[in-house]
Design a protein around this ligand. Structure first.
Ligand code: DAT
Ligand code: MG
Length: 148
């Protein structure tokens, strides 16, 4: 089973959309195996978004993600990385399809509500940036036999 890091971004928390976003991913069938609320500092933000360093939007991105608390979640499931990306929709909410989180709930790229890892390799590093091994919880769900 894959694991992926989801971040409920500051705009989603401020708008009261955390439950809506978590619920969409839960209803899809993904299992929460780690979750915490925190206020990202600039150091963690720059490490999380290191791949974008040097791009025009990098400073605004770090300002935004550190502007207010976030919720970091580890979701687990078959093909979790791709399923989460599909459920989120395209990076720019203006281009994201209806039925996706960003397509239904957002308007512009700088306020796109949610982060999801873009590959299995990056997911592993991103999870390690937020969670220690003992903060990931391994458990069985009865309903998984109705999903798989
Ligand atoms: P994603 O979050 O879909 O993985 P990304 O990794 O390309 O997208 O970019 C990270 C975040 O940076 C994205 O969620 C919003 C912001 N961003 C990306 N491209 C941008 C742009 N052209 N202008 C402003 N913000 C941008
Ligand atoms: Mg990305």
């Amino acid at each position: 089973m894959e694991r992926s890091l989801v971040i409920i971004k500051p705009d989603a928390i401020q708008r009261g959309l955390a439950g809506e976003i978590i619920s969409r991913l839960e209803k899809k069938g993904l299992k929460i195996v780690g979750m915490k609320m925190l206020h990202m500092d600039r150091n963690r933000a720059q490490r999380h978004y290191a791949i974008h360093k040097g791009k025009a939007f990098f400073n605004d991105l770090v300002d935004f993600i550190t502007s207010s608390p976030i919720i970091a979640i580890v979701f687990q499931g078959k093909n979790a990385v791709d399923i989460i990306r599909q459920t989120m929709g395209e990076t720019d909410p203006a281009k994201a399809s209806s039925g996706t989180i960003r397509g239904d709930l957002g308007i512009e790229i700088g306020h796109n509500l949610v982060h999801g890892s873009d590959s299995l390799e990056n997911a592993s590093g991103e999870i390690d940036l937020f969670f220690s091994a003992d903060e990931i919880v391994d458990y069985d769900r009865e309903l998984d036999r109705w999903i798989y």
